[in-house]
Design a protein around this ligand. Structure first.
Ligand SMILES: [Zn+2]
Ligand SMILES: [Zn+2]
Length: 253
């Protein structure tokens, strides 16, 4: 199981894209602007899209993706989300006003898009790959994902603030890598609390509680604040606690 980072920024700027990970060549975790880096043949191979939540920076490539590959595929793309998230996307995006309802065209029996409900702690198995929604806490219903391959597991927080249930999953034995968001610097902790994102001091508190050797990769850094946020997480010590996740970084699980 290979996971490639297509986008991991908390905003847009030249060369940086919003959240999306490509799992092998057929599966996306979130569909932010990072998806737009793929060529048409790569886009057409995507069969599965798992979303963490409905916010635009995590789904904005999904409508044009469906439109671009519809004529190139003979089976639907499956969109996986919690019931709450799928209801938001159906009601506010694929509603014929913002974008067509691709689950009804070209016909309801053979649509371009299929919805699949997922629930926290219930794994979806795709061959020897296992993708499990895990708890997160955000301003809209949200999950993270535990990606488990034959060798190891990676935990992705999605967008969240401090949430003890998430860290119970991080403590599991085979988790070697954590991709966890930190969106703001500590001077903006109040804004982080209002928008339910991490700021460095809250993340450091949770990492200290974890008491486990694990690689920590920070995602969703706000453009222009990347180094300041990392500096606050790592402090003046010798060994960095956490590193910034990079576009095109690859994990083999
Ligand atoms: Zn969000
Ligand atoms: Zn976000």
């Amino acid at each position: 199981m290979q996971v490639r980072v297509l986008g991991c920024s908390g905003g847009i700027r030249g060369g940086r894209h919003t959240t999306s990970f490509l799992v092998d060549d057929d599966c996306l975790i979130d569909a932010g602007s990072g998806v737009m880096r793929l060529g048409l043949e790569e886009l057409a191979r995507i069969d599965h899209v798992f979303v963490t939540h409905s916010h635009l920076d995590h789904i904005l490539s999904l409508p044009p993706l469906l439109d671009s590959v519809a004529g190139l595929r003979d089976k639907p793309i499956t969109l996986y989300g919690t019931p709450e998230t799928l209801a938001i996307l159906r009601g506010h995006i694929f509603n014929w006003l913002i974008w067509p309802d691709f689950s009804r065209i070209p016909s309801p029996d053979h649509p371009f898009l299929r919805y699949q409900t997922i629930r926290v702690a219930e794994p979806i198995r795709l061959g020897d790959r296992e993708i499990t929604p895990i708890p997160a806490s955000h301003t809209v219903p949200a999950v993270g994902y535990l990606l488990r391959g034959p060798e190891s597991s990676l935990l992705f927080s999605g967008d969240t603030d401090s949430h003890p249930a998430l860290w119970e999953w991080a403590a599991m034995g085979d988790v070697t890598d954590l991709i966890i968001e930190t969106s703001f610097t500590d001077d903006l902790c109040q804004l982080a609390a209002l928008s339910k994102h991490y700021c460095p001091k809250d993340l450091v508190t949770d990492l200290e509680r974890l008491r486990k050797e694990v690689r920590v990769w920070i995602t969703h850094l706000k453009p222009g604040r990347e180094e300041a946020i990392l500096g606050e997480i790592n402090g003046p010590g010798l060994e960095p606690v956490a590193r910034a996740l990079q576009e095109d970084q690859v994990f083999v699980l």
